[in-house]
Design a protein around this ligand. Structure first.
Ligand SMILES: [Zn+2]
Length: 330
């Protein structure tokens, strides 16, 4: 095995920035967090550099041994320039050249990507997709998005918008999506969309099980829905069933389009595995060819709660791999 070396990952979020130190075999050595709630980048950036240097010092790695850093950045950003543009939930961050800043401050190379791409890289390098040539990671959370690996490379597309699977239109007459289209997969099956729909529709039914579990309409979310499904509540099961059918339809289409060896699924597939995965497997058969489905393992992601901490480092390692300086784990 090649010599192990450290890389750093920065996961930039609206409330916090996670800084993680990873070895090139994917093992997480240490991590820390810096608050980013309503703070200006001029204040936060020096703090994340200090946190990164402290992680290296505390774990006995010299700054010279650091081969690269990876930045998991919120949209929108300029990929070519490595600049965070104007994320909605980070009002003080405007046109921040974070890639150059961190490269200079830590005297190393810095690589940059979005959340969904970071997730597929982490699961591909160290999780459910190790050894696969073609794979997808699909985040099934408040929103729906994906990262795509084809022939051992990340697919970014012409404008870095590849992988926006949540905006495949499943029902042309469906609800208006926040992207401006109608009936997108995310507007039907995203956690935010389902919660909002139930909050509105069930407000007049205080005696239904979902409302009993939630207490008030505003508290209805995917966790409450799943709890009612586990109790076999008929109303909850009908909503779940409809969601599963659409999820299977979308994932089946993706199996036929990309012919992947692995599709790793996030959040809901992990948190609700027993009521989600068997139904999905059963229904995918309707929407994908036997040939493509039989070679594709559809599974919950394997990195679980560590995904966020590993994904920044995975961006760094993938950058080195694309430069021919690091080989894929097998
Ligand atoms: Zn949409």
């Amino acid at each position: 095995m090649a010599d192990l070396f450290p890389v750093l990952g920065f996961d930039i979020g609206g409330t916090k920035i996670a800084v993680s130190l990873l070895l090139s075999d994917g093992s997480l050595i240490a991590s820390s967090r810096v608050s980013n709630h309503n703070r200006a980048p001029e204040d936060v950036l020096p703090e994340i550099v200090a946190a990164a240097k402290k992680l290296l010092a505390d774990t006995g790695y010299s700054q010279d041994s650091l081969k690269a850093v990876g930045i998991c950045a919120p949209s929108p950003f300029d990929f070519e320039k490595g600049v965070i543009l104007n994320p909605v939930n980070m009002p003080e961050w405007r046109n921040v050249p974070i890639r150059e800043y961190l490269a200079d401050a830590l005297h190393t190379r810095a690589f940059f990507d979005n959340d969904a791409n970071a997730s597929v890289l982490a699961e591909w390098l160290f999780g459910a997709g190790v050894g696969a040539k073609n794979m997808l990671y699909i985040a099934l959370s408040t929103g729906i998005g994906s990262g795509i690996i084809a022939n051992e490379h990340l697919v970014r597309g012409e404008t870095c918008d590849a992988g926006e699977v949540g905006h495949m239109i499943l029902e042309p007459d469906g609800p208006l999506c926040q992207c401006g289209l109608r009936g997108c997969w995310e507007s039907l099956c995203g956690g935010r969309a389902i919660a909002r729909r139930l909050q509105k529709e069930l407000a007049e039914y205080p005696d239904c099980r979902i409302m009993q579990l939630a207490g008030t309409p505003g508290k209805i979310d995917m966790k409450i829905l799943a709890a009612a499904v586990r109790e076999d509540d008929p109303m909850a099961c009908a909503v779940w069933d409809e969601m599963m059918e659409r999820d299977a339809r979308a994932i089946g289409m993706l199996i036929n389009i990309f012919n992947p060896q692995v599709i790793a699924l996030g959040t809901i597939a992990i948190e609700c595995e027993s009521i989600f995965m068997p139904l999905l497997h059963e229904r995918i058969r309707k929407y994908a060819w036997k040939k493509t489905a039989s070679v594709c393992t559809v599974t919950p992601g394997k990195l679980g709660h560590k995904l966020g901490e590993i994904s920044g480092g995975a961006i760094a390692l993938y950058g080195l791999y694309e430069n021919g300086e690091w080989e894929l784990p097998r």
